[in-house]
Design a protein around this ligand. Structure first.
Ligand code: RNT
Ligand code: ZN
Length: 422
């Protein structure tokens, strides 16, 4: 389509000139955006169902609402859906797995007995697609997690089971990282907490610290495995107390040289992770982000182009943190096409990063240093109506993926050809 191609090129040229006036090199911004991998969470594709067929409810305070048809029921369907989504997202990315996505060939394998071989199909697929993989132990959707306690459980037998699960998952993560020549970030999130006011806030936290020490006892090559711990303020069923709170895991991560995972939906609604990044990066080598969108009590809406998303991207770029921050997505919506949910969230993350690379950050910092806050504010506002959409479309086109007005058609076609036949 010569008209389409000409429009993309000429819109880009106009944008390039406009950014040049601000001292911003759009080509460089495109290159830098292309270097960033975003880890796509597999669980958006099947409402965190996984393939254990244990019949356990998800639990852990995680609730996926919606009945949109066409969800993936098998590993092959899920991989096909991921391939579809990835074909519509510019750049080279990663996929984030949960332990309950193991493939055990119809055999019941307990969580504490999972092995790397149960993820061999995922590894082979990732290798053939040129993807990195990340991993998560699954401390929910299980009989032994039905009372909402796992690593902090007062029953030592149950605690031991989950410790063994954590250990098994780190072995799997290390095997994945070794096989794919890219460190597998293995992230621990547990649901543990209480619905109502606890009488003892201290002991569960001590139990959690001890359990984590056991889980993390075995050393692995950091080129194969990076451990992360994820904090949360509250969840469904843990409204009054969460054992693994922010302060708990921040301290644990600093002392034990772990990555801290900051999930954008895991704080009080007036708290933002964009303000936390530069604070925790003073004390931690690396962190993991779960980019999500909180809406009232839900922490897992599809990522949209919010102020906070743009602020997160700006912080990563302004602070030059991108080599120390791993970006993952974490949301689940079963009320819309699940492939589209991935595409919207991931494209927004990439688009926000591109917009951040298009910011004349030095100039803004200089104005701030000079105390000219009027000009700082005026320039920040001016930037909001700059033509970054034209740069984005050009980036998508150059990357061989549909531009903004085109990708949905491709998902609708996939829905008709594939999803609607499930
Ligand atoms: C839950 C955490 C956690 C999960 C995934 C499925 O509140 O955000 O990251 O969403 O592990
Ligand atoms: Zn999360």
């Amino acid at each position: 389509m010569p008209d389409r191609d000409a429009a993309i090129a000429s819109n880009y040229e106009l944008a390039q000139n406009a950014y040049q006036q601000l001292g911003v090199d759009t080509d460089e911004a495109l290159q830098r955006t292309a270097e960033i991998a975003i880890s796509l969470h597999c669980w958006q594709g099947d409402d965190i169902g996984g393939f254990e067929s244990s019949g356990s409810v998800i639990g852990g305070g995680l609730a996926v609402t919606g009945q949109y048809p066409g969800k993936a029921h098998t590993p092959d369907e899920l991989r096909a859906d991921l391939n579809k989504a990835l074909s519509l997202i510019p750049g080279r990315h990663r996929v984030n797995l949960h332990a309950n996505y193991a493939e055990t060939g119809g055999k019941k394998v307990e969580r504490n007995e999972l092995q790397p071989e149960h993820f061999q199909n995922w590894i082979d697929w990732a290798a053939s697609e040129g993807l990195g993989l990340d991993f998560n132990p699954t401390f929910f959707a299980h009989d032994k997690a039905s009372d909402g306690l796992t690593l902090a459980h007062p029953d030592s037998g149950i605690r031991q089971f989950w410790i063994e699960h954590g250990k098994a998952c780190r072995k799997i993560g290390a095997a994945i990282g070794a096989a794919l020549h890219s460190p597998c970030i293995t992230n621990v999130w547990i649901p543990d907490g209480y619905k109502d006011t606890p009488a003892d806030r201290k002991t569960p936290r001590e139990r959690l610290a001890n359990s984590l020490d056991e889980v993390f006892a075995e050393p692995f090559e950091p080129t194969h495995l990076l451990d992360a711990v994820e904090c949360k303020l509250f969840g469904l069923g843990s409204e009054s107390y969460v054992v693994g709170s922010h302060e708990f895991y921040l301290g644990y991560a600093i002392r034990n040289k772990k990555l801290l995972c900051l999930d954008a939906g895991h704080f009080h609604p007036t708290e933002v992770i964009s303000d936390k990044i530069s604070a925790v990066m003073c004390w931690l080598d690396e962190i993991l982000l779960h980019v999500s969108r909180g809406v009232r009590w839900d922490s897992d809406h599809v990522v949209t182009m919010t102020d906070e998303l743009q602020s997160i991207a700006l912080e990563l770029v302004r602070g030059n943190y991108l080599s120390r921050v791993h970006i993952g997505l974490d949301f689940f919506d079963a009320s819309i096409n699940r492939v589209a949910a991935w595409v919207i969230g991931a494209r927004n993350m990439a688009k926000a990063l591109l917009a951040a690379f298009l910011e004349p950050s030095q100039r803004l910092k200089q104005l701030e240093l000079e105390g000219d806050f009027t000009s700082r504010l005026a320039l920040m506002e001016q930037l909001k109506s700059m033509p970054h959409g034209a740069v984005w479309d050009y980036y998508c086109d150059q990357s061989g993926v549909p531009i903004e007005s085109e990708w949905l058609h491709s998902v609708k076609q996939y829905e008709q050809d594939v999803l609607s036949n499930r």
